[in-house]
Design a protein around this ligand. Structure first.
Ligand code: RTP
Ligand code: MG
Length: 145
């Protein structure tokens, strides 16, 4: 069976990642792995857009803190493409709670608390399609190889 499957995923370097100066390292890790960056921008999220991004978490106890955090400073958004990119990026990120993240993963190397975990990556094909549209117009994405 051929398990090769091109996919695209949304990655955010969260405000703490931008503040720590690890934008370049994160991009570099993806490029070294063979993934392609096909769209890239820096922006500052509004609370409204943050609530849309994290709509699955509305009503949870950590929601307001999550919106406070993700809107607290500039972020970097990118679309990453490659073989099984959604899964590969999630593995490279490490677990949501950095306390459990293995050394060598992005969260395992750069984060220590669940509220400040430096990176976001879409968790499924459906999430990726929905999330990419929150940050990018179709014309901003380089679909050429
Ligand atoms: P993200 O969406 O940010 O990439 O993170 P994730 O998929 O690994 O985790 P998710 O369950 O989607 O949670 C989104 C963000 O909410 C914060 N969180 N806090 N205090 C808590 O129990 C708690 N649970 C989640 C984290 O910052 C997580 O990245
Ligand atoms: Mg998530």
């Amino acid at each position: 069976m051929d398990l090769t499957m091109e996919s695209t995923t949304l990655v955010l370097v969260k405000p703490d990642g931008v503040q720590k100066g690890i934008i370049g390292d994160i991009i570099s890790r993806f490029e070294r792995r063979g993934l392609k960056i096909i769209a890239l921008k820096m922006l500052h999220l509004s609370r409204e857009r943050a609530a849309i991004h994290y709509e699955e978490h509305q009503g949870k106890p950590f929601f307001d803190g999550l919106v406070d955090f993700i809107t607290s400073g500039p972020i970097v958004a990118m679309v990453v493409k490659g073989n099984q990119a959604i899964k590969v990026v999630r593995t490279m990120m490490g677990t949501t709670n950095p306390v459990d993240a293995l050394p060598g993963t992005i969260r395992g190397d750069y984060a220590l608390t669940i509220g400040h975990n430096v990176i976001h990556g879409s968790d499924s094909e459906l999430s990726a399609i929905r999330e990419i549209k929150i940050y990018f117009d179709e014309k901003e994405i380089n679909r050429l190889d």
